[in-house]
Design a protein around this ligand. Structure first.
Ligand SMILES: CC(C)(COP(=O)(O)OP(=O)(O)OC[C@H]1O[C@@H](n2cnc3c(N)ncnc32)[C@H](O)[C@@H]1O)[C@@H](O)C(=O)NCCC(=O)NCCS
Ligand SMILES: Nc1ncnc2c1ncn2[C@@H]1O[C@H](COP(=O)(O)OP(=O)(O)OP(=O)(O)O)[C@@H](O)[C@H]1O
Length: 195
């Protein structure tokens, strides 16, 4: 059984998947996979440099993620171009990593689970839900992004309401980390009964 874990930027997916990992559940994280497919030497990184120019690379030849972030969240057509290149590669790698899992069930954590065909890889959808104001507050605190950039990223993602509609399970992450851990623990027991 594969649980698709999703939520917008800064909603708490990593906090939730860290708890599942502590219970021995295999977690495949789409954000980590998205970094792997553009490592130096990959065909995808070469395509990105050809399309955006060598300024999109650091002096070490790696992807300048901050530069690409600024570009794609201010120009939808460039974001669509990047997604058309990367999403098939990300999906393939996710499938590969999930096939190697040996835990009773696995977690696929992805910010774009419901926006892409990654949803079809999951048997159940678990949404980490937070009010947008808290999402922005936690993200700005964690990252060096400005409020406007965080808002632009949120606008490129599906709405809180749509995620709630598509969810089989919802964790409302408005309390403490300890409360979040209790909610994950209860879900873990339920999931074990389902496999
Ligand atoms: C633009 C990039 C280089 C910025 O890298 P950076 O290290 O700053 O951020 P990181 O990759 O950790 O992503 C942070 C968050 O941004 C949001 N985000 C990233 N890509 C997208 C996107 N295409 N659409 C909407 N939100 C996105 C997600 O909430 C994600 O958790 C990077 O996000 C990227 O390559 N995005 C395109 C690939 C993609 O769609 N990844 C999402 C997982 S499938
Ligand atoms: N219940 C909570 N109480 C306080 N802080 C929290 C709570 N849950 C998450 N956080 C913090 O909020 C920030 C965002 O959480 P996290 O990194 O887990 O989100 P995410 O959904 O994985 O984000 P992204 O989509 O950007 O990868 C982190 O700094 C995290 O420590």
């Amino acid at each position: 059984m594969i649980i698709g874990l999703t939520g917008g930027i800064g909603s708490g997916k990593s906090a939730v998947s860290d708890c599942f990992e502590k219970f021995g559940v295999t977690v495949v994280d789409a954000d980590i996979v998205a970094r792997e497919v553009v490592e130096p030497g990959t065909a995808a990184l070469r395509s990105i440099a050809e399309h955006f120019g060598d300024d999109i690379l650091t002096s070490q030849g790696a992807l300048d993620r901050a530069a690409l972030r600024t570009l794609i969240f201010s120009d939808e057509s460039q974001r669509k171009w990047l997604e058309a290149l990367l999403h098939p590669l990300i999906r393939n790698e996710i499938t590969q990593q999930l096939s190697q899992s040996s835990s009773p069930y696995s977690i696929l954590s992805s910010p774009l689970l419901l926006e892409t065909d990654q949803a079809s890889l999951a048997d159940r959808i678990l949404v980490v839900d937070v009010p947008v104001e808290l999402q922005i507050e936690r993200t700005v605190q964690r990252d060096s992004n400005s409020i406007d950039q965080v808002k632009a990223i949120i606008n490129a993602q599906s709405s809180r309401e749509l995620k709630q509609q598509k969810a089989d399970d919802i964790i409302l992450n408005i309390g403490t980390i300890e409360e979040l851990e209790k909610d994950v623990s209860a879900l873990h027991r339920r999931y074990l009964q389902m496999v």
